[in-house]
Design a protein around this ligand. Structure first.
Ligand code: BTN
Length: 291
């Protein structure tokens, strides 16, 4: 298969001349937050930043005091990056963002979906403003550029009686990853900002901007509830109006993606009924947009 890739070049506005290194001081310089990213743990390599963040969030004899909310665990590489639905997340060194945020919202397990939605909008907005390229959400929380996946979110919860004790919001963004670094099976469905723009991007800037956007939306969620965030999420979800096939355990649903429910669920019109889908893998099918 031939694959277009713009030649990386220096761009005074958006790019750096070659891949950068993550630096906590650089990230801090551009933060306007009180919570998100105020404490950063940066590792050269971890099995999974989500795994480490989950361990750090849990008070134990080795960490008797709670790590503060908003703590960010970062790694330059992951040896066992985790994706949704038990999949792997390809995590080569020095090119991408592998970030896990520890949060302690006082919400139920059901409400935690909104945190994943607000993270998806924040990623889309940061890519638009720092990389200068349009990105969209494929429901529930894949971020796509030109219909290919550039970022994913894995939220993991620790619950006490259905209430969130803490959660880890794990975000992977393919930033400066060259086409050759993708395994064959992902080459037609995944991409990076570098592949789509032809420019290396300063990951520290992108991360700081993401922290700022996450904090604004997370505070809005805690103070005002989910409504305005779900509204914003709807505008960035590319799935709406499309013909979709949803792979669920034991069955598939095919129909038109009609809307997003108040809790971030996907509403699909099938010939038989309106189905409310809570989670699953969505394929966008070719077909006319429904009016
Ligand atoms: C997906 O399958 O779309 C979710 C991918 C989430 C990947 C990120 S990378 C940082 C964090 N640590 C992990 O092990 N996974 C998440």
């Amino acid at each position: 298969m031939s694959r277009r890739m713009a030649q990386p070049k220096r761009d005074p506005l958006h790019g750096t001349a070659r891949p950068d290194r993550l630096k906590t001081l650089e990230i801090h310089k551009s933060l306007s937050t009180h919570l998100i990213g105020r404490a950063i743990y940066l590792f050269t390599q971890l099995e999974s930043t989500n795994q480490t963040a989950m361990q750090m969030a849990e008070p134990s004899t080795s960490h008797p005091t709670e790590v503060p909310e908003g703590t960010l665990v970062l790694a330059e590489a992951q040896s066992q990056g985790r994706g949704r639905l038990g999949r792997r997340w390809i995590s080569p060194p020095g090119v991408n963002i592998y970030a896990s945020f520890i949060l302690r919202p006082r919400i139920s397990a059901d409400q935690a979906t909104v945190i994943t939605c607000l993270a998806a909008i924040s990623i889309v907005q940061s890519i638009r403003s720092i990389a200068g390229i349009e990105a969209f959400i494929k429901w529930p929380n894949d971020v796509l550029i030109h219909e290919k996946k550039v970022a994913g979110i894995l939220t993991e919860l620790a619950l006490v009686h259905d209430q969130v004790a803490h959660l880890v919001l794990g975000i992977g963004i393919n930033v400066n990853m060259d086409f050759s670094l993708f395994p064959e099976d992902l080459k037609t469905t995944a991409t990076s900002i570098l592949i789509e723009t032809g420019r290396y991007l300063d990951r520290n800037r992108l991360l700081a901007d993401l922290c700022n956007k996450l904090e604004e939306r997370y505070s809005r969620f805690l103070s005002k509830g989910p409504a305005s965030l779900i509204e914003e999420y709807r505008t960035a979800v590319e799935t709406l109006g499309k013909r979709v096939k949803i792979l669920l355990p034991g069955r598939t649903v095919e129909g038109w993606a009609e809307g997003i429910g108040e809790d971030g669920t996907l509403i699909v019109k099938t010939p038989a009924a309106l189905e409310v889908i809570r989670s699953g893998d969505v394929l966008h099918l070719r077909g006319e947009k429904e009016n």
